[in-house]
Design a protein around this ligand. Structure first.
Ligand code: NAD
Ligand code: TYD
Length: 348
C-alpha cells in the first residue's frame, strides 16, 4: 500500500482531492491531517469517512514535535500539502496566523520529511500553491512558470515564502519536491467567504452582494474537480523540482461573473430575471487588491496532458445546484464565529 499524507483534507480543495484519490487508487492508504479551523469541516468527507483506506488525524502543522512524531510513526511514501490559511481578507486583518500556518507549518513538514525519510527514493513532497505568488498582471499577459514572484497580500507573501522553502529543501538537501500554482477554484464545499459561494448564499437570503471597488478585477476560474485531476497528474507524473501552473484559460471580471451568477440564480430560484442583480452593492475596495490574475497553463497541458473537463457555464451550474441542495451544510458552516467575521468586511 502507498501511504499518502494529505494535509488540509477537510477544507475545500483537500476534500475533493481525497475523494478523487480514494476512488482512483484503491491501493492507497490516505491520511488526512487537518486542524479543523473554521474552514475545515469533516462534513465535507461524510461520504467517504467509512472507507477503510481513509484515516483522519486531527493536528496542527505548526506543532513541530507532533509533526516529527507523526512522520516517525507512519513512514509516509508521499505528501500532498494543502493545509493553509487561504483567505486574502483574513490575511489583511491577521497576517501572523498566515505566517504561522503557511510558512512555519510548511517548514515543519519539510523538516519532518527530511528527517524521517530514510531514503528519498520513490518519495515525493508536493506543495499545492497559488498563482497569487506572481502578483498582479495589467490588462494583458499571462503568468508562466518563469514569472518572477511579486506577492502583494499577506496571504500571497506567505504562500510565496513557503514555495521558496520547498524549492530550497530541494536545492539544499535533495528532498524530492514538486509545486503547482493554481488559479481561483470554484465548486462545491467552498467556504462561503470566497466570492462565488458568498454570492450564492447572499442571493438565497436576499442579502447584498459586496463588490469590491469597481468590480473590474479579473480572476481565472477553474472547477475544483479539475484542480483535483491536475493534482493527480502532477503528483504522479510531474518532474522532481519542477513547478506547474494550473488554470482554466477562463478569465472573468468580478462584476461580469456576479451578473452571470445572478441570472443563473434567478432561473434556479424561480425569481423574475433581474431580481438578484439588484442586490449588487459596490463597497470599499480591498487594500492592495491585485488587478488581474491569468494563467498560462501550456506547460501542464503539453507535459502532462491536462485540459479542464467542463466549461465555466457547466461548472457554475453544478456548483449552484450543489449549494441549493445542501442548505444544511451552508447553515452549519455559517453559524457561530463566521457571522461576527462577516460584519468586519470593507463596507463603505
Ligand atoms: P481551505 O481554507 O478551504 O482549507 C484549508 C484547510 O487547511 C482547512 O481544512 C483547515 O482546517 C486546514 N488547516 C488550516 N490551518 C491548519 C493547520 N495549522 N494545521 C493543519 N490544518 C490546517 O483552503 P482551500 O481553498 O481548500 O485551499 C487549499 C490549498 O490550495 C491552500 O494551500 C491554498 O493556498 C491553495 N490554493 C487555493 C486556491 C483556491 O482558489 N481556493 C487556489 C490555488 C491554491
Ligand atoms: P476571493 O474569492 O476572495 O479570492 P482571491 O482574493 O483569492 O482572488 O475573491 C475573488 C475576487 O472577488 C477578488 O478580486 C476579490 C473580489 N471579491 C469581492 O469583490 N467581494 C467579496 O465579497 C469577495 C469575498 C471578493
Amino acid at each position: 500500500m502507498h501511504k499518502l499524507l494529505i494535509t488540509g483534507g477537510a477544507g475545500f480543495i483537500g476534500s475533493h482531492v481525497i475523494r478523487f484519490f480514494l476512488e482512483k487508487y484503491p491501493n492507497y492508504k490516505i491520511y488526512n491531517l487537518d486542524k479543523l479551523t473554521y474552514a475545515g469541516n469533516l462534513e465535507n468527507l461524510k461520504d467517504i469517512e467509512e472507507n477503510p483506506n481513509y484515516h483522519f488525524i486531527k493536528g496542527d502543522i505548526v506543532d513541530a514535535v507532533f509533526i516529527q512524531d507523526l512522520f516517525n510513526t507512519e513512514q509516509f511514501d508521499g505528501v500532498i500539502h494543502l493545509a493553509a490559511e487561504s483567505h486574502v481578507d483574513r490575511s489583511i486583518s491577521n497576517p501572523l496566523e498566515f505566517v504561522m500556518t503557511n510558512v512555519i507549518g510548511t517548514v515543519n513538514l519539510l523538516n519532518a520529511a527530511k528527517a524521517n525519510w530514510n531514503s528519498f527514493d520513490g518519495k515525493r513532497f508536493y506543495h499545492v500553491s497559488t498563482d497569487e505568488v506572481y502578483g498582479s498582471l495589467g490588462q494583458t499577459g499571462l503568468f508562466t512558470e518563469k514569472t518572477s514572484y511579486d506577492p502583494h497580500s499577506p496571504y500571497s507573501a506567505s504562500k510565496a515564502s513557503s514555495d521558496h522553502f520547498v524549492r530550497a529543501y530541494n536545492d539544499t538537501y535533495g528532498l524530492p519536491v514538486v509545486i503547482s500554482n493554481c488559479s481561483n477554484n470554484y465548486g462545491s464545499h467552498q467556504f462561503p467567504e470566497k466570492l462565488i459561494p458568498l454570492c450564492i448564499n447572499n442571493i438565497k437570503h436576499n442579502k447584498s452582494l459586496p463588490i469590491y471597488g469597481d468590480g473590474k478585477y479579473t480572476r481565472d476560474w477553474l472547477w475544483v474537480y479539475d484542480h483535483a485531476r491536475a493534482i493527480d497528474m502532477v503528483y504522479h507524473r510531474g518532474l522532481d523540482g519542477e513547478t506547474y501552473n494550473i488554470g482554466g484559460f477562463n478569465e472573468w471580471q468580478n462584476i461580469d461573473l456576479v451578473r452571470t451568477l445572478c441570472t443563473l440564480m434567478d432561473k434556479k430560484l424561480g425569481r423574475a430575471k433581474g431580481t438578484s442583480e439588484k442586490l449588487i452593492t459596490f463597497v470599499k475596495d480591498r487594500p492592495g487588491h491585485d488587478l488581474r490574475y491569468a494563467i498560462d497553463a501550456n506547460k501542464i497541458r503539453t507535459h502532462l496532458g491536462f485540459e479542464p473537463s467542463v466549461n465555466f457555464e457547466e461548472g457554475l451550474e453544478k456548483t449552484v445546484d450543489w449549494y441549493l441542495a445542501n442548505e444544511e451544510w451552508l447553515e452549519h458552516v455559517t453559524s457561530g464565529s463566521y457571522k461576527n467575521y462577516y460584519k468586519t468586511q470593507y463596507t463603505s
